[in-house]
Design a protein around this ligand. Sequence first.
Ligand SMILES: Nc1nc2c(ncn2[C@@H]2O[C@H](COP(=O)(O)OP(=O)(O)O)[C@@H](O)[C@H]2O)c(=O)[nH]1
Ligand SMILES: [Mg+2]
Length: 149
Amino acid sequence: MKQAHYMVWGSIGVGKTSLINALSDTTSNPARKTQMIDYRGMAIDTPGEYAERGHLRRHLQSTAATVELILVVVDATCPETRFPPHYFLMFSQPVIGIVNKIDLATDTEVQQAAQLLRQIGVVGEIFYVSAITGSGLEKVRQFLSNYLQ
Ligand SMILES: Nc1nc2c(ncn2[C@@H]2O[C@H](COP(=O)(O)OP(=O)(O)O)[C@@H](O)[C@H]2O)c(=O)[nH]1
Ligand SMILES: [Mg+2]
């Protein structure tokens, strides 16, 4: 199987699948509900249900051990999370944050979402994007292409 390079984590509906579609150069299908851990080229998409429940989260943790980079996505319009504080500090790989849906959020909400990422242990760079309008995605693409050789 082709080795995926990065894994996308986040709660249900934050826009993980939309983001991967937007970052991939493939014709973007509208996001379908993600039913299982989904290997899609460079990325591993994950179902929000897994991230939200402790006992399912363990499946993601073992998959995460095989990737080079972890992306944690939060929804700027809904700055809340089920991840425990400092959760992402457990990973040895770099963990970067994505604040998605900035097209719908106020500046204050965007700042709150970034703080939330810090609280759950995302210590890497934070990017501010809209998977729908494409705003901010170029920086993420550049980061990925520099980082993942
Ligand atoms: N306005 C807006 N909607 C978004 C954005 N990203 C995702 N969505 C919408 O949010 C919903 C959930 O997206 P999806 O990618 O399935 O989320 P997932 O469950 O994290 O994979 C869909 O209706 C998307 O069209 C965004 O940046 N802006
Ligand atoms: Mg999905």
